[in-house]
Write a protein that binds this ligand. Structure first.
Ligand SMILES: [Zn+2]
Ligand SMILES: [Zn+2]
Ligand SMILES: [Zn+2]
Length: 488
C-alpha cells in the first residue's frame, strides 16, 4: 500500500520518502540537511553558500547566482555558513552565549566577557556552541554568570578531575578569565589531596605533611613558564601511593613508624622494589624525627629542569583531545603523529579499512600490526566515522579514504591538515622524531617498526641514539595510559 508515496532517495539510494527536489533529484530529509550543513565556496560569487542550484550555463551555484530566491539562509542574518536548524552557526553561538554567560537581567558577567570574544573568534562557531553544551562546562559557566559561583580556579576545583575539566580551565586561562597557573601542578595537588582523604587519619596526617612541605612547596617555587613535567607528576603520584602502602604494611605488622627498627625496614624493602620511591620520604621522616635514625637506601636522582620534549608532546595531546575548534580529522591525524609517530602525509592517506573493531577493541593499522587505540582516541575516531557517514558526498559513492577530502574521491590534503594544526604551534617533523625516539626507548626496534610502519633500520637508528632500555615498557604503558585517561 505504501508504493504510492514511498520513493527512493536519489542521493543516498535508500528507500525513504524523498520529499525535496534539488538539482533535478528527489532527495530525503537526511540528505537535505546534509546539503544545508555543508555550504561551500560558490564558483559564481565566491561567497560560502549552499550550492543547490544551476546557473544558465549549467554550473552548480548558489541561489543568488542562479537568480532564484534564497531558501536556505539563516532566518536571522541570512548567512548560509555553518547552518544548523533555522539559524547559522554564529547566530546560534551568540544565542547560546547570551543564555550561558548572562545573569537573569541579561547582563553579561564582566569577568566572562573575554570568553565571549574568545569563543566568537573560533573558526566553526558550531564547535564552540557544542562545547558550551557539554557538562560540566555549561552548568559551571551558568553558575558563574548568575553569581552563584565566583569566576575563580577554586570553582573548578570542586568538580571531579578529568581531561575535559583541564581543557575547560586552560580555555578560561587562554581567554583571560582566570589567572595563569601551572595547570598540571594544580591537578597533582588536587588529586593527591583527595587521595589523602581516603587514608586512615593517622596516615593522612603524615602523608599530607610530607606532600605539602617536601613536594608541593618545592615545586611551587618554579616559574610559571617552566611548568612541572609529566614525569615529575607521575613520580610524585606513585610516591604518595607507595608511602601509603608502606604505612599500611607497618600497621598490619604492628610496627610503629616512630619506633621503626632497621630490621623491619630492611625486611620491607627487601621484598618489594619501592625503595627508590620511598627513599625521599624516609630521609624526610628521619630528618624531621617522624621516625628513628636508620640506614637508608640511596636517594634516587631527582628530576629537575624545565618540562622536556616529552611533556610538550603530552600537552599537545591534551589539547588535541579536547579542542573542538580544530576539525576532527585534523585532530585525529595530529594525535596519530604525537602518539604513534605517524607522518601527516601517511595518516592523510589511510584507508577506511585500516580501522577495525569497535569501542575498547578499536584498532588502526599503520604498519603490519593493528594497534589498539587508547580509549580517548578510539572515541574520537568513532565520532569521526559517524560524522563522515553523515557527510557522504552529495552525489556518488562513499569514500574509501578514512579522511575524505573536499574533492570527490580524494583524501584530505596534507596542507589542509597542517593549516589546521598550525595554531597549536608544534613542529610536525620534530614531534614525529621525538616520539619515534621515545618509542624506541621502550620498545624493541622490530616492534616499533611493526606498529608504526617505519623501516626496521630507522627504528634501530633511533634506538641506538636514545640508549634504548626496553625493560621499562610496562611502566611506560602505565604512565602513558594514565596521561591519556586524564588520571582518572
Ligand atoms: Zn537520501
Ligand atoms: Zn553565488
Ligand atoms: Zn545568522
Amino acid at each position: 500500500m505504501n508504493n504510492g508515496w514511498k520513493r527512493r532517495c536519489d542521493s543516498c539510494e535508500r528507500d525513504v520518502e524523498a520529499r525535496y527536489e534539488i538539482l533535478g533529484q528527489r532527495i530525503c530529509n537526511a540528505c537535505y540537511s546534509r546539503l544545508r550543513r555543508n555550504a561551500a565556496t560558490c564558483p559564481g560569487c565566491g561567497v560560502t553558500k549552499v550550492l543547490a542550484f544551476r546557473s544558465d550555463s549549467g554550473q552548480v551555484v548558489c541561489a543568488t547566482c542562479a537568480g532564484v530566491p534564497a531558501r536556505f539562509g539563516c532566518t536571522r542574518c541570512s548567512s548560509e555558513e555553518f547552518l544548523a536548524g533555522s539559524h547559522c552557526g554564529r547566530c546560534r553561538l551568540e544565542e547560546r552565549l547570551n543564555e550561558v554567560l548572562t545573569d537573569d537581567q541579561g547582563r553579561i558577567h564582566p569577568q566572562l566577557a573575554p570568553l565571549r570574544a574568545h569563543l566568537l573568534s573560533t573558526r566553526d562557531p558550531r564547535s564552540a556552541e557544542r562545547w558550551l553544551r557539554r557538562e560540566p562546562t555549561g552548568a559551571t559557566l551558568r553558575a558563574m554568570a548568575g553569581g552563584l559561583k565566583p569566576v575563580r580556579h577554586e570553582t573548578l576545583d570542586e568538580l571531579p578531575p578529568s581531561t575535559r575539566l583541564r581543557y575547560f580551565r586552560r580555555t578560561l586561562i587562554a581567554a583571560g578569565c582566570l589567572p595563569e597557573i601551572d595547570v598540571r601542578l594544580h591537578d597533582l595537588a588536587l588529586r593527591t589531596e583527595s587521595f589523602i582523604q581516603t587514608l586512615p587519619a593517622d596516615h593522612a596526617v603524615i602523608v599530607a605533611r610530607y606532600f605539602s612541605w617536601e613536594t608541593l612547596r618545592k615545586l611551587r617555587r618554579r616559574p610559571l613558564d617552566r611548568p612541572v613535567s609529566v614525569g615529575v607528576v607521575n613520580t610524585r603520584t606513585t610516591e604518595v601511593r607507595k608511602i601509603a602502602a608502606f604505612l599500611a604494611w607497618l600497621d598490619e605488622n604492628d610496627v610503629e613508624l616512630e619506633t621503626l627498627q632497621q630490621v623491619a625496614l630492611d625486611r620491607y624493602l627487601a621484598h618489594r622494589d619501592p625503595h627508590r620511591a620511598l627513599a625521599r620520604f624516609l630521609r624526610w621522616a628521619v630528618h624531621h624525627r617522624v621516625m628513628p635514625r636508620v640506614r637508608l637506601p640511596p636517594t634516587p636522582r631527582v628530576e629537575r629542569g624545565p618540562a622536556t620534549n616529552a611533556d610538550a608532546l603530552w600537552d599537545h595531546v591534551d589539547v588535541l583531545l579536547h579542542d573542538e575548534t580544530t576539525p576532527l580529522p585534523s585532530r585525529i591525524i595530529g594525535l596519530f603523529l604525537l602518539v604513534f609517530a605517524q607522518p601527516i602525509s601517511d595518516s592523510a592517506r589511510l584507508r577506511r579499512d585500516a580501522v577495525q573493531g569497535y569501542g575498547e577493541e578499536l584498532t588502526v593499522r599503520f604498519g603490519t600490526t593493528p594497534v589498539k587505540m587508547p580509549p580517548p582516541i578510539a572515541s574520537l575516531l568513532q565520532q569521526h566515522l559517524a560524522e563522515a557517514g553523515n557527510r557522504r558526498p552529495y552525489v556518488g559513492q562513499p569514500s574509501a579514504w578514512l579522511f575524505p577530502g573536499t574533492m570527490p574521491q580524494q583524501h584530505v590534503t596534507e596542507d589542509a591538515v597542517r593549516g589546521h594544526l598550525a595554531k597549536h604551534g608544534f613542529h610536525a617533523r620534530a614531534a614525529k622524531r621525538a616520539r619515534l625516539h621515545q618509542l624506541t626507548q621502550v620498545l624493541p626496534a622490530s616492534i616499533v617498526a611493526d606498529i608504526t610502519g617505519y623501516a626496521v633500520q630507522t627504528a634501530v637508528r633511533h634506538a641506538a641514539k636514545s640508549g634504548a632500555a626496553w625493560g621499562a615498557y610496562p611502566e611506560l604503558r602505565e604512565s602513558e595510559t594514565s596521561e591519556l585517561d586524564g588520571h582518572k
